[in-house]
Design a protein around this ligand. Structure first.
Ligand code: TYD
Ligand code: MG
Length: 453
């Protein structure tokens, strides 16, 4: 039997028996969503005295806090973003554009996991033949991998209760529906309800779960966004069209560091690990070119060398353009203002374009100093000195501020053959690092002296 549905306003929470374009309570438009009716509160509720029975308050020190059990997925780069392997009973959401490689990554991981535990791949998008064909073409060890093509969550969970997989992939959450709701698969209420049932199953049975979510045009609405608070770990696929590089980034992780990056390359044999990612983000020009700077960033727990490129050009517009790819636009505008006030270089009649090579997105402030160096280098049409890398945050007062893990960044730059590194004074290495000369700076004006004028 179907349970009753209600329509709940997203804005004010009012519940209506029928759908309408406008909420009768708060007057907001298009905010009613289908929801499963809640059970009425217990009519015999006898006050708080007896209400807590069954639950127990425990002292923190009494809770046994054994490290969560982790299993390798067979892909060290995926293990890295998960925080060191897949945690038993955890729910992982993997989001990304259609066609970026979510199904490929998960069939590879699940095939490897199926050698160690019962594994089930549930697909609402591809037929069993398509999946089997892909697994065979990729040469995966898939004898024990079980497949299910089904889109009704209740039926999937009934089968899962019988087959007892220890790890499941649900590809994709937008194709599944619950019989308790009448709205179409892919709608916000269906996505949310299906995910809620699956998460409950995972937590109740200790099954690990991967949920695939396409980022749709209305990403914020029907996409994986609405699920982020329900799951333990959120991973997003990043990558540029036309590039082989695929990055998997942890946006949220209850079992590891956020912003951790896993780097893969999409090949004709599936996703391959890139164990030395710095190598692919450096374009290694034959000669030094103007407008290019090497940045040592640290995404998650690993330092990474990345090239930032800037192009500064006389603007024909009254309102010159500031375009940043892979970095935050507002940050660029702020840095240009600091450069004007504290470095004495104005760019108010110049278009400024900025790009991070390789499609990687840099989210930390350590990029500030190299960004300004790249911009200034392009503006003056003068390359930066050979073998120079940089990192450091630039403050509004023109000061160069420290960032975490300075010494580790210096060592990473040295490892890749850089001979000089410009860095915040507070980040200078306590002992010299072999092969690289540290140039600590306190103020922006000092940093600009690397141009040698
Ligand atoms: P897929 O994993 O199906 O994407 P998603 O599940 O995120 O929608 O990846 C599809 C793309 O990957 C498709 O354009 C073809 C490409 N691909 C390869 O280049 N090599 C391969 O071995 C595989 C399996 C896919
Ligand atoms: Mg897919």
């Amino acid at each position: 039997m179907k349970s009753k549905t209600r329509y709940v306003c997203r804005e004010c929470g009012a519940s209506h028996p029928k759908w309408a374009g406008q909420c009768g309570d708060c007057g907001a438009w298009n905010t009613l969503e289908e929801a499963v009716a809640e059970k009425p509160a217990n009519p015999r509720f006898a006050g708080y005295a007896g209400a807590g029975e069954g639950a127990k308050v425990v002292a923190l020190s009494q809770v046994s806090a054994a490290e969560a059990e982790r299993t390798t997925t067979g892909l060290p780069e995926l293990d890295r973003v998960l925080g060191g392997g897949l945690v038993q009973g955890s729910v992982v959401l993997i989001g990304g554009d259609p066609g970026i490689g979510k199904s490929t990554l998960l069939i590879q991981a699940l095939a490897s996991l199926s050698e160690r535990m019962p594994a089930l791949y549930v697909s609402g998008e591809e037929s069993a033949e398509q999946i089997a064909l892909r697994a065979r073409r990729l040469g995966l060890p898939a004898e024990r991998l079980e497949l299910l093509t089904e889109t009704c969550v209740e039926r999937i969970l009934a089968l899962a209760a019988r087959h007892r997989p220890r790890v499941m992939v649900m590809d994709s959450i937008q194709t599944f529906y619950s019989e308790q709701l009448s709205s179409a698969p892919g709608s916000v209420s269906q996505v949310r309800e299906s995910a809620a049932q699956l998460v409950r199953h995972a937590k109740g049975s200790g099954t690990s779960l991967f949920l695939v979510g396409h980022v749709t045009k209305e990403g914020a609405l029907a996409g994986p966004r609405v699920l982020e608070h329900m799951v333990d770990t959120v991973l997003y696929f990043e990558g540029e069209a036309g590039s082989q590089v695929r990055l998997v980034r942890a946006i949220k992780n209850r079992f590891g560091a956020v912003n951790e990056l896993g780097v893969f390359a999409m090949t004709d044999k599936g996703l391959k690990q890139v164990s030395n990612p710095s190598a692919i983000f450096l374009s290694r020009h034959q000669a030094q070119v103007a407008g290019s700077a090497i940045l040592v960033t640290r995404e998650g727990t690993r330092p990474l060398l990345v090239e930032v490129q800037a192009l500064v050009d006389q603007s024909p517009l009254g309102n010159p353009r500031r375009v940043a790819l892979g970095l935050e636009q507002n940050r660029l505008a702020m840095l240009l203002a600091v450069l004007h006030r504290h470095g004495g270089v104005g760019m108010y009649d110049q278009d400024v374009f900025l790009n991070v090579v390789g499609g990687v997105r840099v989210t930390e402030t350590a990029a500030d100093l190299p960004v300004l160096l790249a911009v200034l280098s392009s503006f003056r049409d003068r390359p930066l000195p050979r073998g120079l890398a940089a990192f450091g945050e630039v403050g509004l007062a023109g000061e160069i501020r420290p960032v975490p893990s300075g010494e580790e960044r210096v060592r990473e730059a040295a490892k890749h053959g850089f001979t000089r590194i410009l860095l915040p004074h507070a980040n200078r290495p306590r002992r010299p690092v072999k092969g690289i000369e540290a140039i600590p700076v306190r103020r922006l004006a000092e940093a600009l002296e690397v141009f040698g004028d």
